[in-house]
Design a protein around this ligand. Sequence first.
Ligand code: GAL
Length: 345
Amino acid sequence: MKKKLLSVVLAVAMVATLLTGCGAKKEAAAGAAGGDLADKKVGVCIYQFSDNFMTLFRGELENYLISLGFSKENITIADGANDQATQSGQIDNFIAEGVDVLIINPVNSSSAETITDKVIGANIPLVYINREPDAAEEKRWEDNGWNVTYVGCDARQSGTMQGEMIVDLGLEKVDLNGDGKVQYIMVEGDPENVDAQYRTEFSVKALTDAGFEVECLVDQVGNWQQAEAQQIVANALGQYGNDIEVVFCNNDSMALGALQAIEAAGRTVGKDIYLTGVDALSEALENVIAGKMTGTVFNDHFSQSHSAADAAVRFIKGESNEYYIGCDYVKVTTENAQEVLDSVK
Ligand code: GAL
């Protein structure tokens, strides 16, 4: 009798174990197939926390990942402090920790090959953001069928939009000294970055495509930073004074610095000088509304961070992604600046 009872108890226990086992397996399968993201670990590398645009980007990325079901404590965001060696160490740590996916905004795009090899070697899917690796590197992902993608916008579009807002004013208005040419200064982001290269090239190209003659008075690197741009523009205004008709800045942080220099020199945007940026930072949008900047271009950090997170989730679920996931810029002038400001706040 006792024996029988024992065997029944054992049998029940075995069935229970089996059931739990099955249950656990099912749960794991459901997680991998898209159910539970709460225990998945995400490593995020940002090239530099002090960058204004990337601050908006990473804030939105974290919020959106949480809204998808990741838990806050499983999302680690590392500050590369604009130093590739520091960032590479952070990537090593994420690999050692065994994160389920990495989202990387590289300090140097040219380090992408090394980063990819390391991350893919550890069998971790990889989503690059904001700083696009070159075409040869992207081709390697495709040729090898690796779980790697890039999410970003085509910087040529933003450059073109910056140029177009000057063209739309008409040569007569922009050519303040009446010499038939547009004299401009260019404040570039960083020399290695394709966003900086394309914005520089395509903003001017929009002018020449429209038949404007142009003359570059100064072209300098401001590293996306307000203070550096302020200095560059102050010096340029000191040297060339009223000959400067247009100030192109590769981003809004630098346009804000440029505006400080312009105002300090007693010049007035919209009257005796024109100024454009990119990103649509709130402060820049307020300046556009107030007429203190000619325009900016909305660099959609919502769409980019959401697409990056969605791509990461697809990789975690065992699904694939396109190797390039794009997004559109939006031209912002006085006409729509308020609308854009309302939508980003
Ligand atoms: C650009 C952005 C800049 C800066 C840069 C960093 O897309 O416009 O403000 O954040 O990325 O790579």
